[in-house]
Design a protein around this ligand. Structure first.
Ligand SMILES: *Cc1c(COP(=O)(O)O)cnc(C)c1O
Length: 486
């Protein structure tokens, strides 16, 4: 059922508000300022409440159900994060206030920088970038500045495996460097021979997502890093998949030179729908000087009687500012709350359970859904949503049918190296019961694909809007809802 629009349930003369008695003298508005007719729907308070409550229930969200959207780490967002983010000390401040008056906020940023250094094995962190892709751009600009500083201006080539997230080549292109694609081998690792061929004195670096978008840990990680370093390049780590590694692997210790975190994925802040994210960038010591400024630091050491004074510092060869003020502070508060709640042992358990949950699904589904790179996965895996003996069925049909089971579809048609890809990331916050319900739905759908394909082709059936014509929806956007005065 499509909800009626407000203008359709409008009844002339119906009102849903009452203004308080004025406590100042009233005046007639000058005639020229009075709007003659402004067609607004006329509704009671309950009309409006029901309308918006209904609308809010039409959307799927992590608070409504399972959301195995691969690569996006749609874990449950603990409500305690929202509570701390609303503290007046965090919300009722201005970024231009004197630092003496915002010491608590600076302490939080400083501590968060320290946690992110520790988690990844890095020497320094900037909290500025607004999201993952923005962190990538920051990191690639740092790599560029590093080579330029050494007079290595011919190093303009960034290697990107074909299993990379689409933002990697986009960020590289924005930085002015050139993208060269490297293919994967048959086990889903970076192809070492292809890598060696590209390693010459024009190499600026390699952008590596590990675990990669197939959900696989590169089996030659150290060798890959060494090959790039020996050729004079740097290694960029796309840390969006850190949920698989927390407390287990420190990318900085494996030789990754610069990495971005996706706080909104790994550290549980609400995302999707284009909401604010946060993509801090961490570097090893040889890149500290290039970090975006300002960075939070202890500018005056404390002693027994006085706490330390936090303030801002500017690294010597900084690439400059990447964002107004200090990044998305509200997201920093939420993520830091999450880290404190988990503690270091808890963060390791997050990774262990994320990997366990994904492997449980893989083990239960790979007999029915072909998994082209079928080995122990990390936090996600990629299956094919198609069968030779069900020729009309595509990944999109499986995805749409899942909605009838109140499950958000997995990421589909990505990564590009898997035909009819369904990229499944359960996260650690789901119970065995939820995972079992998902398995049952997937097995059911595979059955239907063979016995009753039409039910997949016409899915979803329970959503207010059924199968949309995706081409038309993209090319023929209707952005306004016209309000008629009838
Ligand atoms: C999500 C993601 C990104 C981009 O992060 P945004 O915050 O969406 O900009 C980059 N790489 C990988 C592997 C990701 O999953």
């Amino acid at each position: 059922m499509i909800e009626p629009r407000l203008c359709e349930i409008s009844v002339p003369g119906r009102v849903g508000f009452r203004f308080p008695e004025p406590d100042v003298p009233t005046e007639e508005l000058p005639k020229s300022l009075v709007r003659k007719s402004f067609p607004m729907p006329e509704l009671s308070e309950s009309d409006v409440t029901r309308r918006y409550t209904h609308l809010s229930q039409l959307n799927h969200g992590i608070d409504i159900g399972f959301y195995p959207l691969g690569s996006c780490t749609m874990k449950y967002n603990p409500k305690v994060n929202e509570e701390t983010a609303r503290y007046a000390g965090f919300t009722a401040v201005h970024p231009l206030q004197p630092i003496e008056t915002v010491q608590g906020n600076l302490a939080l940023m400083f501590e968060l920088q320290e946690w992110l250094k520790e988690i990844g094995g890095f020497a320094g962190v900037s909290l500025q970038p607004a999201a993952g892709a923005h962190g990538e751009l920051t990191g690639v600009l740092i790599i560029r500045a590093y080579h330029k500083d050494r007079g290595d201006v011919q190093r303009t080539k960034i290697l990107i495996p074909d299993s990379a997230h689409g933002t990697n080549p986009a960020s590289t292109a924005m930085s002015g460097l050139n993208v060269v694609e490297i293919k994967s081998d048959e086990r889903g690792n970076v192809d070492l021979e292809a890598l060696k061929t590209e390693c010459d004195n024009t190499l600026a670096g390699l952008m590596l997502t590990n675990p990669n978008t197939l959900g696989l840990f590169d089996e030659h990680l150290e060798e890959v890093v060494n090959i790039v370093h020996q050729a004079g390049g740097l290694v960029y780590g796309d840390g969006a998949n850190m949920n698989a590694l927390l407390g287990v692997v420190k990318p900085g210790q494996v030789g990754i030179d610069v990495l971005h975190y996706n706080l909104h994925k790994t550290f549980s802040t609400p995302h999707g729908g284009g909401g604010p994210g946060s993509g801090p960038v961490a570097v090893r010591s040889h890149l500290l000087d290039f970090l975006p400024a300002p960075i939070v630091a202890i500018v005056e050491k404390g002693d027994e009687d006085t706490p330390p004074l936090y303030g801002f510092v500017t690294p010597a060869k900084t690439i400059g500012r990447m964002k107004a003020f200090h990044g998305h502070f509200g997201i920093l508060v939420r993520s830091f709350t999450y880290m404190l709640m988990q503690g270091s042992d808890g963060l390791r358990e997050v990774a262990e359970h994320a990997v366990l949950n994904a492997n449980y699904l893989l083990a239960k589904l790979h007999h029915v859904y072909h998994v082209p790179y079928d080995r122990i996965c990390m936090h996600e895996f990629v299956a094919e949503g198609c069968w030779d003996d069900a020729p009309d069925i595509h990944a999109t049909d499986v995805a749409k049918r899942l909605m009838d089971f109140h499950i958000h579809p997995p990421t589909n048609y990505f990564p590009l190296i898997v035909h009819e890809a369904l990229m499944i990331e359960p996260t650690e916050t789901e119970s065995k019961q939820t995972l079992d319900a998902f398995i049952e739905a997937m097995l059911n759908i595979a059955d239907e694909a063979h016995q009753n394909p039409e039910i997949l082709k016409s899915a979803p059936h329970i959503t207010p809007v059924g199968r949309v014509d995706e081409v038309k929806a993209a090319k023929d956007l209707i952005l306004t809802c016209s309000v008629s005065s009838s």
